[in-house]
Structure formats: C-alpha cells, structure tokens
Ligand binder design. Structure first.
Ligand code: MN
Ligand code: MN
Length: 468
C-alpha cells in the first residue's frame, strides 16, 4: 500500500506505559464479554457498572421529579435490552450532545417458542437463527444456553448454562465425513440448513415412561431445577451462543478470539469512555448501546424505535424549566455522533473481496467509514465531508491512530448500521468501528491495539466534538 492511506501500525507508537494500558483495557473488555453474551446480559452489566459509578436511573429522576444539573450522570436500561448513559453538560441541550452509539445484540441461534421434541432417543430444542450466519459454522462445537423464561404470573427465571467448567454444554451435530459425499458437493449456504440446527439437550430416558421418555426426563429436570412447565417455554427468550470465554490469540497475545465482538467491541469502549469521563463536560455526553441491529434495528429496543428520542425528551424536560418539543428537536439536530460498528478486517486468505487501499487493516487503529451500504451505497448514511474534517482534527489532536475503509469491493456485497437512523434527526453521524476477522462466525477476532485506539478516539470525541 502507498499514498495517503498509509497509516501507522498502532503497536509501533506505544511506549512501555501505554502498552500496559492497551493490555489492561483488553482484560476489562474480556471480562465484559464473558459477563455479556446476550444483549440482556450486556445491558444488565453496563447498568450495574453505571450504578456503581453513581449514575442515577432515569426512572428515579422522573419518579422523583428531580431537576438535572450540569455534571449529573443518568442511565436508562430500556426493556433490559438497550442501555443509555448521559452526563449533563454545561451548555444547554439545544446545542447538541456528543453521542457514541453501538449495538449489543450479536448473531446467534434463538430457541423456538415450541422447541422441545424427541426423535430416536434424542431430545432437541428447535432453533431459528438470529442475524446473518454461515449455518455450517454453528455445528459440532460446544454451545451455551442463555436467556430468560417468564412464567404466566410474570416471575422470571434467568439461565446461563454452559460457561462454567463443570456446566454441561449443548451441541448441534454435523454429518460424519465418511457419509458426506452429497453434503460436501452442495453450496455452502445449504450444506447445513436452518431446520437442521437442532440442539441436543438430552438423551436419558425417564423410567416407566412409554412415549417420549427422554423428553419427559428433560421436562422433569426443568421442573426440578427451575420450577418450569413445558408451556413456560412459550414465553421464553433463550439464546444459543458458543460456550467458553474470550481468549488471547497468538504468541504475542495481541488479538482476542471471542464470541460477540460484533458489536460489543465498540459498545464496551463507547460506554467506558462515558463512564471514565471526569468532571463536567461542555456538551452533554451520551453512550447508547442498542439491540436488534443484526436484524435491521427493528422492534421496541432497536435504533429504529423512538425510545432514544423519548429518553432525550425526558432528559430535556428534567434539565429545563419547561418542556419544549422544538428544544428536543434542536437537541437531536445539533448533536454529533460516532455510530460504531465493526468493520470487515482485510483478510489475506480472502484478498479478492477487498479493495486493499480502502480496507480496514487489523492493528492499524480505529476505522471510519464515510459510508456503508451495498451496490451504490444503498441504505447508507454518507457522512458529510465537513464532519469528517472535524473528526480528523480531533483524532490528530489526540494522537489517535485511525484509518478509513469500506466494507469490501464495490458490487461484492455490503451491510448496514444504525447510522442512518440517527441521521434522520439531521445530526452529523459517521460510522466508526474496529476491524474484525471472521465477522459473524462463532469466534471472531479483533486486535487489542484497535480496541485501545477506539477507546482513545471515543474519549477525544466526547471531549472535543462541538457544534459547527
Ligand atoms: Mn454490527
Ligand atoms: Mn453484524
């Protein structure tokens, strides 16, 4: 590569002290990954951290009719699946907020509403995959079951099975290679089909039971351990994710292999940048960790919902003497946002789909995408050049290693993010993020240096971005 796109290898700029910070931050991030393998777990963990840091819940602010002052810290755990945190600034809200956004849902397999059945002595949970996956990657590996089951009376059972060393795991079988002649000749997209993603949950039969004795035994265990009836599965959200913890990768431990980097690798540093902010900011600061991005940001907890706008309206009402709809509109319109989501890391094994000088390289810092989309930027927020110039100023001032990229070669494919949904308020938004290898695979790969540069980028943005 040559020309203006040459960017420093992030690792080469660190002195010993900063190198320690890079690795320490990665440890914090790995702990967050291990605690948050679903959007609910991520939102709960962020909310617990917020409480510990003295952030007040927006619910309590509303309930008590409290007035918000500059320096106040507020969070909101929206339906248990999306999380927002704010630090009220010195300037009026109408001058806009500095917003960091990312998503905390990740591709996975969801358990169907009527899931449990038995065939030839094997009890299965039927699944429906969530988000874009290569189905063949989700067979023949240990899987964990996370989620909630809500009984008719509203009481809730929370489960996370398969993460501790002595927990059982779950599994989807693949065909033995000896009999795979036909399967291996198929297109990879149909080599394993959606309705074949059936999770093995038990094989021991209940004594004395004539029909479906294995299923009966699973139900008996669910009753004994969790006081659940089969019907309770109708009102459950159970997610199947790869079992196991985030791990260092490579002799140098410079990479992290984990489930769910997309997009917790942006969500965690975004939240941390707000959490770590000291003192009172000039502008109000915001981190928003949202749900449902992987299926189009729809639903009441996705970015396309009005929940964010509603929360900003509540904030406005609490920070001003009177509510003013125009004031809320100005708050949103005048805001600045980094909409962070993972970038496709350039993969030398699959070089043909990338255009190298506009590809995100692992280890070369945080990545800005002027546009995303597919086939002629379709569906993309195309950030303004004026805003990008402002971003360059801020990044260079804070000595942040950054690169610019697009998802792949023109006409090869594409993808979307939450950026265009925030842009509909008229605010300046740009896609930012971190390069990932094997995106949407059960185990994804990111560089510790890129996580650190993203964190530095977010801190600088919160501090320096201003109305223009
Ligand atoms: Mn994503
Ligand atoms: Mn994704």
């Amino acid at each position: 590569m040559d020309g203006i796109m040459v960017r420093q290898v992030a690792w080469e700029q660190y002195d010993e002290q900063e190198m320690q910070k890079v690795f320490a931050f990665a440890e914090d991030y790995k702990r967050f990954l291990d605690k948050g393998k679903t959007e609910r777990e991520c939102a709960a963990e962020a909310a617990a951290q917020a409480e510990a840091l003295g952030f007040c819940s927006l619910d309590s602010v509303i309930r008590e009719g409290r007035k918000l002052q500059a320096g106040d810290r507020v969070y909101c755990n929206w339906m248990g699946k999306s999380f927002m945190a704010f630090i009220i600034g010195e300037k009026p809200l109408e001058e806009g907020m500095n917003i960091l956004g990312a998503h905390i849902d990740s591709p996975r397999l969801d358990v169907k509403q009527n899931p449990l059945y038995e065939e030839e002595g094997i009890a299965y949970f039927d699944t429906h995959y969530y988000g874009g996956i290569k189905k063949y990657q989700w067979v023949a590996l240990p899987l964990a079951l996370h989620g909630v089951i809500v009984r008719r009376d509203g009481s809730k059972v929370t489960v996370a099975i398969g993460e501790n060393a002595d927990d059982p795991v779950f599994y989807i079988s693949d065909l033995l290679v000896h009999l795979s002649q036909e399967q291996l000749a198929k297109k990879a997209s149909v080599a394993v089909e959606g309705e074949q993603l059936n999770l093995i949950v038990g094989t021991q039969s209940l004594k004395g039971e004539e029909k479906d004795a294995v299923k009966a035994n699973v139900l008996k265990l669910l009753k004994e351990k969790y006081d659940l009836e089969e019907e309770d599965l109708l009102s459950a959200e159970l997610e199947i994710v790869p079992a196991g913890q985030a791990r260092d990768l490579g002799f140098d431990r410079a990479l992290i292999a984990s489930y769910g980097h997309d997009d917790r690798v942006c969500a965690y540093p975004s939240w941390r940048a707000v959490a770590d902010f000291e003192g009172t900011p000039a502008y109000t600061l915001c981190a928003i960790l949202t749900d449902k991005e992987e299926i189009g940001s729809v639903g009441a907890t996705g970015m396309d919902s009005h929940f964010f706008e509603n929360v900003v309206a509540e904030l406005y009402a609490a920070a001003n003497d009177s509510y003013c709809e125009l004031g809320v509109r100005r708050t949103l319109r005048n805001s600045r946002m980094l909409s962070s989501d993972v970038s496709a890391g350039y993969d030398p094994n699959f070089a043909s789909v990338f255009e190298k000088k506009n590809a995100a390289i692992v280890g070369r810092g945080v990545c800005f995408n002027k546009f995303t989309g597919r086939g002629g930027k379709g569906g993309s927020n195309d950030a303004n050049a004026e805003f990008i110039a402002e971003i360059r100023r801020i990044m260079d001032g804070a000595n942040v290693d950054f690169q610019t990229a697009e998802l792949g070669k023109v006409d090869v494919g594409g993808g979307g993010t939450i950026a265009y949904m925030c842009a509909k308020y008229g605010m300046n938004v740009i896609d930012a993020g971190i390069a990932v290898l094997s995106m949407h695979a059960p185990w994804e790969i990111v560089s510790k240096a890129d996580i650190w540069e993203a964190y530095k980028c977010y801190c600088a943005f919160l501090k320096e971005a201003k109305a223009f």
